[in-house]
Each structure stands twice: as structure tokens, then as C-alpha cells.
Design a protein around this ligand. Structure first.
Ligand code: ATP
Length: 770
């Protein structure tokens, strides 16, 4: 079996290499008397491919493995060395030195007393394949050279080494040692210097580690919300942050948390490795997908920042609770949905007490999380974090823990805050339609429920006027109520190679539309809360994969409306009009993120027009440049020829889809009835049952008839429909080119085709210009 280690030991390998004047790799190539024993750093470790999902990573972000080695423990010292397995050539397990490492050898004389450190620094190889986090000495030295935080941000210029490593090499005077250390960190990972210049972050007073990470992620400058929030959070304030969708709120709180991690490790010093991990942050998210994304986003910065080994426990429903409990036992940052977090915390294994020491409580998408379906568990969690202190602890501990609680910062983020929230939660649950936040009322509400430690948290509102992202265009397509499928399909044909997210208001609509689009040979995926969690994650992964079809379509309920950050979504389509103004903001915010451009289109039946206009007016109400009479909602005219030519396709696809869905339903119902009849010991006759059901005059009788009809299409008929649809789909939609013209050779077909720009159509089609 292969051996594994944490990827974080890589810098140590290089550091060790620089110190060893006669590295084994060199000896091996020259010296035949070599006994074949090598140290961990001489091995040719291979990176283990990361699992697709964070949960499978158990909170660790990188492992390396090696095959064909035997572990040799030196008697007495207990030092671990390695040897090629018998039968394997001695050198087969060695790695070759890179050019940079050879260069490092020249600098080995600068370090004092390193051989002792070298032994101490060796990563622990554990047979249970669980890498222990380590604070390496190099990091500690680096931190010793670092100015303490919050003194003078301007002084912290070191991290520019990431962007300009050559500068660091050249400054060999007073703090040469520190600079070399940073140079090693900058060079060790991939030996290139293509990170972004991160000097724009200087004024925020971040550590060199984080700046290195930001540079590697190519985040050259902070977004406005990051610029505004990070210093306040790092100065210990409670913060309520509001900024438009896709504006970088995650790192606005993620960076200060990772900075705190570094500070904590620095304070613990030598004892860091022995101190049992205790969570320092709890981040609550309203949806599972968002929780996964938050973990990935913060985890990405952590893995790209040298010396940050923060372990993230991801607690979301639908996945193994035992695994998550294990993760939590050793986590630095806990991210989860309130339901699962509470389920685990309340399982009575002392976890609540452990969580009481957290430094940060983050409520992301706060207006949603503190509303429907989530608030109760969130409230339980908040209550437990505070209440247990007084109830359970003996007096002397009480004071200590209360202090910890008093030092907890509460950070609340969203793009919208709902004015009705307070009323709703107070039990007067009239959901009146989603106003954008009224600052004062919402602040009061949050103050009351969240127990901020400061009398008034800092309220940082980056979008007081414009709720929508800058690069977003809003459009509306009006169509008959029964023809939304037709218009959706038209829109998708107008925009081929557009990654599109289609929102509906119900799970059954997601199921039906996904099947319909797939029947039309479009790459559609489904996402709704009725799906198994793994299938949900798979859909998001497949849709967001950079290698996926650029025309991919994700059909989703509002479970995808909040926070999902999927690169390259070009278009959001509201197949059903959003129910609230907030939902409209968040759904539309899945596109035009991080400065990109995007489109949001509402497909609107005549009876929805008024409510949609009202909703858009609310969203833009605070924008003085927008009047209720002239909303920035462009009316899109779909060419009538397109609609009429593709109608037969839709008719066929609908019949096929309805038949499939009805058959699935009938078969599920039949199975259920059969099982129930068996339990009761009666005979079940499906025809008799259907007859009785069909005769019913009550609600559902007509629907049942239609389903029955749809499900009664024979296999042969279905095959015929499929063949016919296939034939239609194999041809381009002809929007006005006469076949007589074409066959008579009176038209230059090539020129015609070249000019069209959209190969779904044959003939000239005016673009929507939207
Ligand atoms: N400083 C930065 N420079 C460039 N890109 C950034 C920066 N910070 C974050 N991003 C990127 O911006 C995108 C949006 O960030 P994030 O998901 O945090 O937005 P958000 O404000 O939380 O959005 P939402 O309100 O929809 O949840 C992400 O892809 C992230 O990687």
C-alpha cells in the first residue's frame, strides 16, 4: 500500500533540501556504497487527486503518496527513514532535484543550527493516512519578522515578493533572512512567478501568507466590500455587510478568519501541535450548496497561502453525519447549514461547549437564513452558544467562558435584508412580498436576535442605491401562459453557447422542464431540494465544470438562488416569475458576478405582467436614475417565425416528456397501492382502482385522466414520436429560405450560412440585441 502525507510538507522538503549539503539524491547517483535509506524529503511523492467534493476530503486539502517503499524506524532515536521495497531498484523512489533547489543549496550557509530543526520538522507519517497539521519552523521564523497587526498597515510590504520574487532576492541586507524565507515560500510551489501584483491590498494590513494566497488566486485588488469590511473585522468589530451579488462577500469575512488563524497559531507557538484543535469560526449558510461553496472558496485561499493548514468541517444534511462529527472534532472552521449543525451540536458530546470558544460567528445570506425554515435551528444554535455558559458551567469556568463569548465577533452578510423579516419571525407571518432591506428596522431586529457584542455593529452598505450587479442586463419576454416552454426553447436557441440557469417555482416544474429540454437534445441538468444530496452536488459540479458543454442549462428551484458562485453563467431565465423582489435580486445575481456581464430574462404570462413590473420597481426603487415608468427591463421580441417553426418540436417533445413522467408516476402509484393492498391482505386490481379514480368529480379527476392518457401511449407510438422529433432536430430551423430557391441554385448558400452567426437557424434572423 502507498504511504501518504499532507501536501503542506512540501515547503519543508525544499527547506530541508537547501540545508542538506549532500542530499541523498545526489549521493545516490554517485556513491555505490549508499545503504538505500533515504529521508522523507528525498522521496518522489506524488500528489493525490482531490476528491470532487469537500466532504470526501474530510477537511484536508492535499495529500501526497508514494508506492513501493518500506518504512524503517531507527532503533533508539525512532527516526523514520525509507527504503525501496525488495526487488525494486534503490533509486526508483528518489525524486530529482529541480533547478531552484540546486540554487537553494548555495544559500544553505545562512541558516544556523538547522540540522536539529530539520529532524523536528519532518512530517509525521501516519498509517491511518490522516495528515496532522504542522506549524513549521520556517513559518514561525517568518512570523517573527512580521510586524504585529493593526499597528501600521503601510509597513507591510513583504508580500510583494510573490509578485516580484526577484526584488526579494536582491535585497540582501538587514532582514535578508526573512526575505529569503519568503522567497522560498514564493518559489516552492510551482517555481514560477506568475501571481498577480497584490500591492493594492497593502492598506488592509494583511499577512504575507494571505497576500501570497491572493496573489496566486490572481485577486489583484480587494473588491469594495472587502476593502470596507476587512479592516473593521480585523480590528475586532461586529459587522453587518451588504453588497450586491457576486461582489466578493465571502472573502470579506473569510480573510479576517484566516488572519485570525495565523495569529492564533503564532500565539500558541511551540505548543500549537499539542493543543487540541478548537473551532474558531462558525459560518452558517441557508443552503447546502452554498455551504460547500463557502468551504471551497475559503479553502482555496487557505491552500494557496503558505503555512495555513486550517481544517474546515463541512456540516450539511444529506451526507454522512458520522463523518461530519469526526471532522468537527478536529476543525478550525465550521461551515454548515443550521439544521445539520444543530443536529450535530445537540447530539450531546460536549461539542456545544467546544463551540462556545469560537471567535467568529458568521451568518451568510442572513435575511434568508433568519427566515423561513431556518430561523428555528439558527436560534437554537445561537441560544446554545450563549445559554449553556450560565447553566452548565461551574462558577470559576463561567467567567472564563463568558469572556470567550464576549469576545465573539458576529458578522452578518447578504445582498438584501428584508424589511418584513422581524414581523415574520415574530409570528405575524404574512409574507408580503419581499422588500429590500430597510436599514433601521433590520438592524434593530438583528441586534436583538444575534446578540452582537458591540452595542452597534458596523453597518457597511455597499449598494444603498443599486441592488443589481453593474454588468447585469434585465429583459422580459411576454408570451401566452401555456406557451412558456416554446418561448424558453426559442430563447435558448437564440443564445447557443450560453451557460444558462433557469429558475422555476416548483420541484415538479424542474423535473418536467429538465426532461423536456433533454428530449430536445439540450444539455439540461436539474437541481432541487427533492434530490439526493449527492445528485444535487453532482448537478452543480457538472454544470460548473469548465470542461462542460458551454450551452449547459441548469434548471433549478430557488435552492440555487442564493450565493451560488458558478463561473461563466451568461444568462438567468426566470421561467416562473420570482415571488419576491429579493428572490429576483438573488436569482439574477447568479450571473454578472465579479465584474462580469450577464443577462436576466423573465418569461412572463399576461397575468404576471403587473406583479413583475411591481417587483422590478421595488428592486430599483432606491435608484434615483430609474423611474417606475421607465424600468430597466427591456422587452424582448422573439421573432414570430421562430416561434411558429419550432412549435412542432415542442409539441412532440412535450408528448414524449408527459408520457414518460406519467408512466413513472403511474408505476410509482401502482407499486405503492400494491404494497398497501398487500399489507391489508386485500387484492389489488389497478384497472378497478383507475376506473374509480377517473370517475371522481373532485379535484384531480381531470389531471388524472390526462396522466392516464399520457401514460397509455404505447412503446411503438413513443418510438414513432421520438423518430419524428429526431428528424426535426437534425434540421436547422428554417426561418424563410425557400427550398425552391436553394435547389435552383439562386442563392449562395455558403454566404447565407456564413452571415447567419447562429447555426440553429437557416435564414437571416435579427439578433435580440440584448
Ligand atoms: N478581490 C477579488 N478579486 C477578484 N475576484 C474576487 C475577489 N474576491 C472574490 N472574488 C471572486 O468573486 C466571485 C464572487 O464572490 P462571492 O461568491 O464571495 O460573492 P458574494 O458577494 O458572496 O455573492 P452572493 O451575494 O451572490 O453570495 C467569486 O468567484 C470569487 O472568487
Amino acid at each position: 500500500m502507498g504511504q501518504k502525507r499532507g501536501r503542506d510538507s512540501k515547503p519543508q522538503a525544499i527547506e530541508a533540501k537547501k540545508r542538506k549539503k549532500g542530499a541523498k539524491a545526489a549521493i545516490a547517483s554517485e556513491d555505490d556504497s549508499w545503504d538505500g535509506l533515504v529521508s522523507v524529503d528525498d522521496l518522489n511523492w506524488k500528489e493525490v487527486a482531490m476528491p470532487d467534493r469537500m466532504t470526501d476530503a474530510e477537511g484536508f486539502f492535499g495529500l501526497e503518496e508514494i508506492d513501493d517503499v518500506d518504512i524503517i524506524r531507527t532503533e533508539g532515536s525512532g527516526e523514520i527513514q525509507f527504503k525501496a521495497k525488495s526487488g525494486k531498484p534503490k533509486k526508483s523512489i528518489l525524486r530529482t532535484l529541480t533547478a531552484e533547489e540546486t540554487e537553494f543549496d548555495e544559500w544553505s550557509g545562512f541558516s544556523d543550527g538547522e540540522s536539529a530543526e530539520q529532524t523536528a520538522e519532518k512530517p509525521t507519517i501516519t498509517t491511518d493516512e490522516t495528515p496532522e497539521p504542522k506549524e513549521d519552523k520556517k513559518a514561525k521564523k517568518k512570523k517573527e519578522t512580521k510586524e504585529p497587526k493593526k499597528k501600521d498597515n503601510k509597513e507591510k510590504k513583504e508580500p510583494k515578493t510573490e509578485a516580484k520574487p526577484k526584488d526579494t532576492k536582491s535585497s540582501q541586507n538587514s532582514n535578508l533572512k526573512a526575505n529569503l524565507s519568503l522567497a522560498f515560500a514564493a518559489l516552492e510551489d510551482d517555481g514560477n512567478d506568475d501571481g498577480a501584483d497584490v500591492s493594492a491590498w497593502d492598506e488592509l494590513g494583511l499577512s504575507p501568507e494571505i497576500l501570497t494566497g491572493l496573489s496566486k488566486l490572481k485577486f489583484a485588488s480587494p473588491t469594495t466590500i472587502q476593502k470596507a469590511c476587512i479592516p473593521s473585522i480585523m480590528d475586532g468589530h461586529d459587522v453587518v455587510g451588504k453588497a450586491s451579488t457576486g461582489s466578493g462577500k465571502t472573502l470579506a469575512f473569510g480573510i479576517p478568519i484566516l488572519e485570525h488563524y495565523l495569529e492564533k497559531r503564532e500565539k500558541q507557538g511551540e505548543s500549537a501541535e499539542k493543543t487540541p484543535a478548537s473551532p474558531m469560526a462558525l459560518i452558517l449558510s441557508p443552503t447546502r450548496e452554498l455551504a460547500h461553496q463557502l468551504a471551497k472558496h475559503i479553502g482555496d485561499l487557505a491552500t494557496n497561502s503558505p503555512d495555513i493548514n486550517a481544517r474546515i468541517a463541512l456540516l450539511t444534511g444529506g451526507l454522512s453525519i458520522q463523518k461530519q462529527q469526526r471532522q468537527l472534532a478536529n476543525a478550525d472552521i465550521v461551515i454548515g447549514t443550521p439544521g445539520r449543525v444543530w443536529e450535530i451540536l445537540s447530539s450531546g458530546t460536549g461539542l456545544i461547549r467546544k463551540m462556545q470558544g469560537i471567535q467568529f460567528l458568521v451568518v451568510d445570506e442572513a435575511d434568508r437564513l433568519l427566515s423561513e425554515g431556518h430561523f428555528k435551528e439558527a436560534e437554537e444554535i445561537l441560544g446554545a452558544l450563549d445559554r449553556q455558559i450560565q447553566n452548565d458551567f461551574p462558577d470559576e469556568e463561567e467567567e472564563e467562558t463568558e469572556d470567550a463569548s464576549a469576545s465573539r465577533q458576529t458578522l452578518v452578510f447578504s445582498a438584501t435584508f428584508h424589511r418584513d423579516l422581524q414581523q415574520k419571525l415574530a409570528g405575524k407571518s404574512r409574507w408580503t412580498g419581499g422588500d429590500i432591506m430597510d436599514k433601521k428596522e433590520s438592524m434593530e431586529y438583528l441586534l436583538k436576535k444575534l446578540k452582537f457584542r458591540e452595542e452597534k455593529p458596523k453597518f457597511i452598505d455597499m449598494n444603498p442605491v443599486q441592488q443589481m450587479a453593474q454588468g447585469l442586463k434585465e429583459g422580459i419576454v411576454e408570451c401566452p401562459a401555456m406557451e412558456k416552454d416554446l418561448y424558453l426553447y426559442s430563447l435558448l436557441l437564440y443564445y447557443p453557447k450560453h451557460r444558462t440557469l433557469v429558475f422555476t417555482n416548483s420541484i415538479s416544474a424542474v423535473r418536467r422542464l429538465t426532461q423536456l429540454l433533454q428530449t430536445l437534445q439540450l444539455p439540461a441538468l436539474a437541481l432541487h431540494s427533492g434530490m439526493a444530496q449527492k445528485a444535487r452536488l453532482r448537478s452543480v459540479e457538472r454544470f460548473s465544470s469548465p470542461t462542460s458543454d458551454p450551452s449547459s442549462i441548469l434548471v433549478a428551484t430557488d435552492v440555487a438562488a442564493r450565493g451560488l458562485d458558478i463561473k461563466g453563467i451568461d444568462c438567468v431565465v426566470h421561467y416562473h416569475a420570482p415571488r419576491t423582489a429579493d428572490a429576483y435580486v438573488h436569482r439574477s445575481g447568479r450571473t454578472a458576478r465579479a465584474g462580469a456581464i450577464g443577462k436576466s430574462v423573465i418569461i412572463c404570462a399576461p397575468d404576471e405582467v403587473v406583479s413583475v413590473a411591481r417587483l422590478a420597481a421595488k428592486v430599483h426603487a432606491s435608484n434615483p436614475n430609474v423611474s417606475a415608468k421607465k424600468l430597466p427591463l427591456e422587452s424582448l421580441e422573439i421573432d414570430r417565425r421562430v416561434v411558429s417553426r419550432i412549435r412542432p418540436r415542442i409539441t412532440l417533445a412535450k408528448r414524449i416528456t408527459d408520457s414518460n413522467i406519467a408512466k413513472e408516476k403511474v408505476s410509482a402509484e401502482d407499486n405503492w397501492m400494491r404494497a398497501a393492498a398487500e399489507d391489508l391482505g386485500v387484492e389489488y386490481d389497478s384497472d378497478e382502482f383507475d376506473e374509480a379514480k377517473g370517475k371522481g368529480r373532485g379535484r384531480g379527476g381531470g389531471r388524472h385522466q390526462r396522466e392516464k392518457q399520457a401514460s397509455s401511449i404505447t412503446k411503438g407510438e413513443l418510438q414513432g414520436l421520438r423518430a419524428e422529433l429526431k428528424n426535426q432536430l437534425s434540421q436547422r430551423v428554417n426561418i424563410g429560405v425557400s427550398e425552391r430557391y436553394l435547389t435552383a441554385g439562386r442563392v449562395d448558400i455558403e454566404a447565407l450560412l456564413r452571415g447567419e452567426g447562429n447555426d440553429a437557424f437557416l435564414g437571416h434572423l435579427d439578433p435580440l440585441n440584448f
